[in-house]
Design a protein around this ligand. Structure first.
Ligand SMILES: Nc1ncnc2c1ncn2[C@@H]1O[C@H](COP(=O)(O)OP(=O)(O)OP(=O)(O)O)[C@@H](O)[C@H]1O
Length: 385
């Protein structure tokens, strides 16, 4: 591993995500993983809570408190709140050791403009960073997934986060071709909310929609799902959603216990009566609700492959496409992509942590990964459409 004397023990890599922010500290690994949410008092603008505590309040705040997600579609939508959130996380990680300001590598979507890059750099600087470097999300994801990004061979990574899906072909430490679409985990939650509203006139919150997706969401029919992991079951939140798992067993060795749940009970507000209501939703219905965002992700991967130079396309055929990001955990997405594109598709180990691990590697191994950082923006400074 190349040594980098200019980086030291307080330096950090930040995966500033739409859904979650992860902080990796040099020599220590991932030390913080919290939702990118800030609860603000609208009366005086003061910050009441940040991260997990703020996410708990989403959909449950009185009128004078708002739970804000300062990033949308992978970029800063509310600069001031983003800066305060970053400042809070950096302080939390540094604890009482405030002797010097850290150098920071921040991960950003590949499609962001120069203006958006400057906004991220400015927010990190205002939050306490002494020097800021940027690494593009697909590169960080590929590094974190253990792909040989610096070699002259093509690797395709599809990072499905909360706000954006980043599809990229990486070779020799750079992006050869990439696409960043604003269809990812959040769009799936919106699709579920709309379905439940249209089909059952039931209003549900953002968190409930996410819980439904994680609990029984899928991209392929039940018979063709890849086997869900035990870690996935552990991460499954259960609040307004109660799941039914066929043949459920307490025994972790029992393969039946790994079967995906086929329905769940959800709670919301009946739009006709205005009263709370409980109803049952099946996995087939949720798969149907998710078809539009899933189709868009498949289309983005297909069109990126279309633009890939033939030599690199051959490498991808051999190596397979690697899925990272929380959206990679959607059951059957690997199967669906593999079937439609006729290419092997693999889900990275720890898909939710890949980008943070890759960003952290940039801090640990700065000299040899230098070429992977601070690339010029691919998009002009126009308004994103
Ligand atoms: N088991 C699961 N099944 C489906 N989706 C999941 C699962 N676990 C997490 N997710 C989704 O993954 C998304 C968060 O992923 P991730 O933390 O990689 O995004 P992010 O880095 O914050 O976002 P972005 O990259 O867009 O800035 C959320 O939409 C979340 O609901």
């Amino acid at each position: 591993m190349a040594q980098n004397k200019s980086f030291n023990g307080r330096d950090m890599g930040i995966d500033l995500g739409t859904a979650n922010t992860l902080v990796y500290v040099r020599g220590r690994g991932i030390v913080l993983n919290e939702p990118s949410v800030v609860a603000v008092n609208t009366a005086d603008g003061s910050v009441l809570s940040v991260g997990s505590a703020a996410k708990e309040t989403m959909g449950r705040t009185p009128t004078n408190i708002v739970a804000v997600r300062p990033l949308r579609d992978g970029v800063i939508a509310d600069f001031e709140i983003a800066e305060r959130m970053l400042r809070y996380f950096i302080k939390k990680v540094m604890g009482s050791r405030r002797l010097a300001r850290p150098r920071v590598v921040v991960c950003v979507p590949s499609g962001i403009t120069g203006v958006e890059r400057r906004a991220v750099m400015e927010a990190a600087t205002q939050a306490g960073a002494r020097q800021v470097h940027l690494v593009e999300e697909p590169i960080a994801a590929a590094i974190g997934a253990g792909l040989p990004v610096s070699e002259p061979t093509g690797c395709m990574v599809v990072d499905i986060g909360g706000g954006t899906t980043e599809v990229a072909v990486v070779s020799l430490g750079g992006i050869v071709t990439a696409r960043s679409v604003r269809t990812a985990g959040d769009s799936m939650d919106v699709a579920i909310t709309s379905y439940v509203k249209k089909q059952y006139a039931l209003a549900i919150g953002e968190r409930t929609a996410e819980e439904i997706k994680v609990s029984i969401g899928s991209a392929s029919p039940a018979g063709s799902l890849s086997v869900p992991r035990v870690s996935e079951a552990v991460r499954r939140p259960e609040r307004n959603v109660e799941v039914f798992i066929p043949g459920q067993s307490e025994d972790p060795e029992d393969t039946q216990a790994l079967l995906p749940p086929d329905r769940c009970t959800i709670r919301g507000r009946d739009q006709a009566t205005g009263l709370p209501k409980v109803l049952e939703l099946t996995a087939d219905e949720v798969r149907h609700a998710l078809s539009e965002p899933v189709d868009s992700i498949v289309a983005a991967v297909r069109s990126t492959l279309d633009e890939t130079p033939p030599e690199l396309a051959g490498d991808i055929m051999d190596r397979g496409i690697v899925l990272t990001g929380g959206g990679a955990l959607l059951r059957g997405l690997d199967v669906r992509l593999g079937r439609e594109l006729n290419i092997p598709v693999l889900v990275a180990d720890d898909p939710l942590d890949c980008v943070a691990i890759g960003t952290g590697r940039c801090v640990e191994d700065f000299a040899s990964l230098r070429t992977a950082m601070d690339a010029r923006p691919r998009r002009p400074d126009t308004v994103r459409v």
